[in-house]
Design a protein around this ligand. Structure first.
Ligand code: DMJ
Length: 724
């Protein structure tokens, strides 16, 4: 017996040593060279798209021309915008944004995938909007709560929203951009097609002040959670009118993948702990029924019986998600498995049979997918294990060697012989090259773990941007989490986008009149309480977060104040113009006063005081109204604001000709009355609240203090990252 043990130890040591010996060492220079190689790779594909394919959706890298695929909306161009900022190519970014703003029109009679349009188009536009300040572009007053790219993203979202007008609140899979759900459209949608909106729609809601988007996306997530099987698994396809599962295979890959991803990322980005609880519950049953030796298989959602012992290329996002929740050790084991498949073929096939150890027949292609490199990037960021650089280099070498063509990069039709196919999906430029680039660019601003930021003063008050903790949507479009806290002041019931539309068509004198009309409108009852529901400090995760503040090394934190500061006369707008402080108290001031009164008069019960320390106690600062956390005093339901804005009331006061102009534009949008839909969702209360939802609220949280924001960005990153 001891002999056997001894032999085993020798074998393990030998294996470990051979692994050690084969790991290449990378100097800083080596890594930068690889980064530059990826830049050249991107440039080759991007230039080819512009030269041969634009304005079509995608490049055909063998025919050297273009074709429309997902929507006839120049998909690759929009999907690629933020990558230009990440690589520091601001001139090109500004040039292309101008083209998009001038030419892009989504009012077209075309059927599109709701899911793809959301992750690629809305995600791409939102990310470009949020990153646009970096490029030196002239920003509209009110940015980031206002701006043409944001308006374009909202325009697209308004066209998609009709898809959610179903009995279950889960969306149809397809929509006509002009007329809504196409007649005869199937009611079957895949799970990812139901549960992949909260990042984009949440961002839209927090920037525009219209809760519609976040509520609708959240309702769809709750619907999926509600329809899980008795053992807690979800299937692959569901009927959005009946709630019946039509494909009952449970897995973590194709058809489901980004649902799980968005539970985690949505929880972190939007500070919704109940989403993390939903993920944790799902995770437990995934590990129980689907996990086999650090692979994940497919099983029946009702009993958990294994149906398909396969690994799908799409599943490779999973280790990245695990690293986000601090489970990099498990994730490393899984990524070694996945990388072994890459090594076997030089690519990962769409489906790999774990039983036979071969690519599954007719699923042998590799359409330049990003998932494996995505997880490698997250894990390298967390562990700095050089083996991950080597895996990244393997991927780079394979793509350069077998997918490169004179005019782009081609899908690998068959990983066994590396035959090519005439397609380059937009995610090659949006995701695959981005994650590769970021793996080899550890100092990129995207990796900022929350140790520095930029303070800007906007017409809506102080706003901190670029403080790290960027959250990628599932198409690798980064969202700056701190910017989601910049817009509260500007959104006291006014939809700035609509105001801007009106402003542009009025002459100076009418504008003065128009703005005074808006000023004269009293805020709608309770409209200011929207964000009361957004941040909760009632569960251990969040209490820990507050406590973490005291342990955070604030000495490392620096604020770079390089955009604009307060002027002597008042505030400076982001476009440089000076703005007098209004003589009359602003709506925001009035609000603050009433909140302060509210707080001072509130009898917070003693036990609550103990469990929820005031941030002021921790950071030792003067108590500002924005710092205060109080237990929820009133029933949340009663505080729900209507989604209509008071700007609509203002529109009614405008001359008839202008009303007609605005209305004619609105009429071309899909036939769905979002206001009715959201009222119905609220009234029906079809899905019960998750128990981890909102017991305490962040009072009005228009702009958490600097220290709080530091924690928001920093808490998802671990100590190792902060040490870098
Ligand atoms: C992308 O469009 C997204 O990453 C999506 O979540 C899954 N499929 C592709 C990439 O493989």
């Amino acid at each position: 017996m001891y002999n056997k043990l001894f032999i085993n130890i020798i074998i393990i040591l030998t294996l470990k040593c051979s692994i050690c010996l084969s790991i290449r060492e990378y100097t800083k220079d080596d890594i930068l060279k690889l980064r530059e190689e990826v830049r050249e790779m991107f440039q080759h594909a991007y230039d080819s798209y512009l030269k041969y394919a634009y304005p079509y959706d995608e490049l055909r890298p063998l025919s050297c021309d273009g074709m429309d695929t997902w929507g006839s909306y120049s998909l690759t161009l929009i999907d690629t915008l933020d990558m230009l900022v990440i690589m520091g190519n601001y001139t090109e970014f500004n040039r292309v944004v101008d083209i998009v703003l001038e030419k892009q029109n989504f009012d077209t009679d075309i059927n599109v995938s709701v899911f793809e349009t959301n992750i690629r188009i809305i995600g791409g536009l939102l990310s470009a909007h949020l990153l646009s300040y970096k490029s030196g572009m002239k920003l509209e007053p009110g940015w980031p709560c206002n701006g043409p790219l944001l308006r374009l993203a909202e325009d697209v979202a308004q066209r998609l929203i009709a898809a959610f007008d179903t009995t279950t609140g889960m969306p149809y899979g397809t929509i006509n951009l002009r007329s809504g759900v196409p007649p005869g459209e199937t009611t079957i949608t895949c799970t990812a097609g139901v549960g992949t909106y909260i990042i984009e729609f949440g961002t839209l809601s927090r920037l525009t002040g219209d809760p519609l988007y976040e509520e609708v996306a959240y309702n769809a997530l709750k619907a999926l959670y509600h329809h899980k099987s008795p053992i807690g698994l979800v299937g692959n396809h569901i009927d959005v009118m009946t709630g019946r599962w039509t494909a009952q295979d449970a897995g973590i890959g194709g058809g489901v993948d980004s649902y799980f991803e968005y539970l985690v990322k949505g929880a972190i980005l939007l500070e919704r702990p109940e989403l993390m609880s939903m993920f944790n519950e799902a995770r437990q049953v995934i590990d129980k029924y689907l996990k086999k030796d650090d692979w994940y298989v497919w099983a029946t959602m009702l009993k958990g019986h294994v149906t398909l012992p396969v690994f799908q290329s799409l599943e490779s996002y999973w280790p990245g998600v695990l690293s986000l929740i601090g489970e990099s050790a498990t994730a490393m084991r899984i990524i070694h498995n996945y990388h072994s498949v890459w090594k076997q073929y030089g690519f990962t096939p769409e489906v790999y049979n774990l039983g036979t150890g071969e690519a599954s027949p007719s699923r042998e292609s590799y359409p330049l997918r990003p998932e494996l490199i995505e997880s490698i990037m997250y894990l390298y960021r967390d562990t700095r294990d050089p083996i991950l650089l080597q895996m990244g280099e393997d991927i780079l070498r394979s793509i350069q060697h077998s997918a490169r063509t004179p005019c782009g990069f081609a899908t690998i039709k068959d990983v066994r012989d590396h035959r090519k196919e005439d397609r380059m999906e937009s995610f090659f430029l949006a995701e695959t090259t981005k994650y590769l680039y970021l793996l080899f660019d550890p100092d990129n601003f995207i990796h900022n773990p929350g140790v520095h930021g930029t303070v800007i003063n906007t017409p809506n008050g102080e706003c901190i941007v670029d403080m790290g903790g960027y959250m990628f949507n599932t198409e690798a479009h980064p969202i700056d989490p701190t910017m989601l806290y910049c817009c509260h002041e500007s959104r006291q019931g006014i939809n700035v986008s609509e105001v801007h539309r009106i402003y542009k068509i009025l002459d100076d004198e009418d504008n003065i009149h128009f703005m005074s009309l808006i000023d004269a409108i009293e805020p709608e009852q309770n409209t200011t309480s929207y964000y009361k529901d957004s941040v909760y400090y009632d569960d251990p995760m969040n209490s820990a977060k507050i406590m973490d503040l005291s342990q955070f090394d604030h000495s490392n934190a620096q604020v770079v104040n390089d955009i604009k500061t307060e002027s002597t006369t008042g505030y400076v707008n982001i476009d440089g113009s000076e703005r007098e402080k209004p003589e009359n108290e602003s709506l925001g001031d009035k609000l603050k006063e009433s909140i302060t009164n509210y707080y001072n008069n509130t009898n917070v019960n003693e036990s609550d005081k103990e469990t929820v320390p005031e941030v002021s106690e921790i950071v030792n600062e003067k108590v500002e109204v924005d710092d205060i956390i109080v237990p929820q005093k009133v029933e949340t339901e009663k505080l729900q604001p209507p989604s209509s804005t008071k700007t609509k009331a203002a529109v009614k006061m405008l001359p008839q000709v202008i009303q007609d102009f605005l209305n004619s534009d609105w009429k071309s949008k899909p036939k769905c009355e979002p206001q009715h839909m959201i009222e119905r969702i609220r009234k029906e209360k079809r899905y019960p609240k998750h128990p981890d939802t909102r017991k305490y609220n962040f009072l009005l949280t228009p702009a958490p203090t600097f220290m709080q924001r530091l924690a928001i960005a920093g808490e998802i990153l671990n100590k190792k990252q902060l040490d870098l």
